[in-house]
Design a protein around this ligand. Sequence first.
Ligand code: NCD
Ligand code: ZN
Length: 343
Amino acid sequence: MQSITLTRPDDWHCHIRDGDEMASVIGHSTRQFARAIIMPNLKPAVTTTDEAGAYRQRILSCLPGNADFEPLMTLYLTDNTTSDEIKKAHDSGFIHAVKLYPSGATTHSDAGVGQIKKTWPVLAKMAELGMPLLVHGEVTDPDVDIFDREKIFIEQQLIPVLDNIPDLRVVLEHITTREAVEFISAESERVAATITAHHLLMNRNAMFNGGLHPHHYCLPVLKREQHRQALIEIIQSGHPRFFLGTDSAPHARNTKESSCGCAGIFTAHAAMELYAEAFEQAQALDKLEAFASFNGPDFYGLPRNTKRITLTKESWQVPPDYPLTKTQSVIPLRANEEISWKL
Ligand code: NCD
Ligand code: ZN
């Protein structure tokens, strides 16, 4: 039987929610990953160092008994974030980045940034401290076609930020387009990107195959095949500034199967297995370890993990759902279907 052993990976973009939901989903992540960048889009958002510290404690106290897992906390950037708060976050030692959600771009982003230009002084402070900015790269203008929002964001918002704050380190999160791949590749060492397993495995047809599939709806939305191909080409190349970020985003079943369903795909239950499938299909399994375990810590200036995991080529069936709260479940990607790799 075919198997691959690699350095234990990290997840550089993950939603683990809070309370009962966190208690239900966190084990899926800790089973696979040594560390994860924890997204701050709770309700209310995690906007201060004190709130991030309290959230971190809640995470640590709900870890499964034998879990060896470090949550890497982030702050949620708002119009009111101060440079002093950034300094405090940096000095805490447990906050590793600040997240920019354009207000209204995605789930729980209403507290996000209205005009990015107004945050430039704060971003300059981050540049000075070497604190990376993590970007949800989509414009929110309702007149811009939803499939073009990432490309337009890069042109209209991201390039001016990078031009004006030359030392700012940026991760463009969950990229989905050829334009994003080309932009990151052409940029300098200070700019990187994460890629999800679902954007490697599916194009936008997956939302509409024989009917509407709400569990394939996320933001940024799945794109055309030619864009998926660009993501595949860049992982095949082994480029060091692209790395793993699942964007696993659990939502209760009824909030997705609804007349106005939430954005977010839950992949934590099988994250490494799904990436292994994507890399195998791309004939790039030899590039998986750097993507999952080296490029991320290298960019963040953190040590690489030392333990190892093994993935085996062995089919298993994903359950129809997983518990989320006492009364609600979450539908995982590939529910009732097979995945060809097993951790
Ligand atoms: C995320 C969520 O549900 O929190 N949803 C998603 O579609 N990816 C938010 C985000 O990362 O955009
Ligand atoms: Zn996300």
